[in-house]
Write a protein that binds this ligand. Structure first.
Ligand code: NAP
Length: 414
């Protein structure tokens, strides 16, 4: 790192990465983007909770050297650039970063800062753990049965954004090409979108999901696809997923067929059941039999819908964390937006960013601190001391500001 705009904490150390393994020092440097709108409020709260949990869990022997990097409105103000190159360099160099929500610039030539970060850094897996915290209001009867992690492919499928407007030269040429060269008829007045799904993109995503199962002791992985309709994209995703499971994780994995034909339906200890479900059926399954699913691996659009549907089942986006990860690189983020009408009011729920911090702590290999945050958050919600979004749905709850909610969680750390 040679850039002089960054204030690198002198007492922090860099995270290393070799042969697929991170090496994390006692005081790792972790860049943060505080975010726009409500970003500063929720970041202050999240940082306080994360620092408190690390301090208590390791009796002061571990800590995080936070380093601010700029993106969004603050970067535009201070550097005249929505996403300065040094910000991208810092994430690449220091490997793990956390960010609040960012405003999507209107008419600035950038589709979205989040998408730009993912594409530049090739953060190919969008990971969303979804679980319920007891007491959080939910629209379903038994939200506690949901404990799933979604691995959503982040670089292709409709996300590649390859499209031509109806009536444009590109759309006309493609329609002609399809008719003349490939014998496929498409209505003349169609817009055209291309949905690429590659062996590379699919296999690395499923590989990451399976490695997660191995590392975290999860025993069930479901490939979600729409292969009955789109055989060579969605269907191929499923086939390539099974190939990775058999060829690279054969000693850990069992197929559904093996489970019933050879094992009498009993999964041996230490094994991972790999199965697949068609996307529409999967939406029924998450409502009807959520306890039967642990880790989902899927293409981009399916994953987009599933992530939000599952988040709604456990109480909404205010409590849903996420990360975008590549090989040895990860950006942890709040999944909601900047909620500009609440900016600076010290009002909103910092839960999504705090739980993204929990993911960061696990990624660092600090599970004790991660569990401490989850337990303290659970205790605080059980005491019905919550921010406005939860308070308005909970009988007899005490309304707290963002900062007060953070203080209550810190007070509840074991
Ligand atoms: P939003 O910022 O997520 O806010 C929509 C509503 O969701 C809020 O009015 C509020 O609902 C609720 N909400 C969001 N965060 C909350 C929190 N932490 N605690 C409690 N309630 C919360 O969505 P938006 O208004 O559509 O988007 C605003 C900006 O954010 C846009 O520029 C958009 O592009 C950007 N955005 C960024 C990201 C990202 O950086 N990852 C993601 C999505 C959107 P009530 O008013 O009903 O209480």
């Amino acid at each position: 790192m040679t850039n002089h705009n960054l204030k690198v904490p002198a007492d922090g150390q860099e995270i290393g990465y070799e042969n697929g393994v991170l090496s994390v020092p006692e005081r790792p440097i972790v860049p943060f983007i505080e975010g726009d709108g409500i970003g500063p409020d929720i970041w202050r709260a999240a940082r306080r909770v994360l620092d408190g949990a690390v301090d208590r869990s390791y009796a002061g022997s571990r800590s995080i050297a936070w380093m601010e990097i700029l993106a969004g409105e603050k970067a535009k103000r201070e550097r005249d650039d929505w996403l300065p190159p040094e910000t991208v360099d810092a994430v690449r160099h220091f490997r793990g970063a956390i960010k609040g929500p960012l405003t999507t610039p209107v008419g600035g030539g950038i589709r979205s800062l989040n998408v730009a970060l993912r594409q530049i850094l090739d953060l190919y897996a969008c990971i969303r753990p979804v679980r319920h915290f007891k007491g959080v209001p939910s629209p379903v009867k038994a939200p506690g049965k949901v404990d799933m992690v979604i691995f959503r492919e982040n670089t292709e499928d409709v996300y590649a954004g390859i499209e031509w407007e109806e009536g444009s030269g590109g759309a006309r040429e493609l329609i002609e090409f399809l008719r003349n060269k490939l014998g496929k008829r498409v209505r003349e007045d169609s817009g055209i979108g291309i949905k690429p799904v590659s062996v590379t993109g699919s296999k690395r995503l499923v590989r990451k999901a399976l490695q997660y199962c191995v590392d975290r002791g999860r025993t069930d992985l479901t490939l979600v696809h729409k292969g009955n309709i789109m055989k060579f994209t969605e269907g191929a995703f499923k086939e390539w997923g099974y190939e990775v499971a058999a060829q690279e994780f054969g000693e850990w994995t069992v197929s559904e067929k093996q489970l019933w034909d050879e094992l009498g339906g009993a999964l041996p200890a230490g094994k991972i059941l790999v199965k697949d479900r068609i996307a529409d059926a999967m939406f029924q399954q998450i409502l009807l039999r959520p306890a039967e699913y642990q880790v989902l691996a899927t293409t981009n659009l399916n994953g987009d819908y599933l992530s939000d549907a599952l988040a709604a089942q456990v109480g909404g986006l205010g409590m849903a964390p996420g990360s975008n990860e590549g090989d040895g690189l990860a950006v942890f983020e709040a999944t909601h937006g900047t909620a500009p009408k609440y900016a600076g009011l010290d009002k909103v729920n910092p839960g999504s960013l705090i739980l993204s911090g929990v993911m960061l702590l696990r990624w660092l290999g600090w599970p004790e601190a991660a569990a401490a945050v989850e337990e303290a958050l659970q205790r605080t919600i059980a005491e019905k001391r919550v921010t406005y979004d939860l308070e308005r749905q909970m009988k007899g709850a005490t309304l707290l500001k963002t900062s007060e909610f953070a203080a209550a969680i810190v007070g509840n750390l074991g």
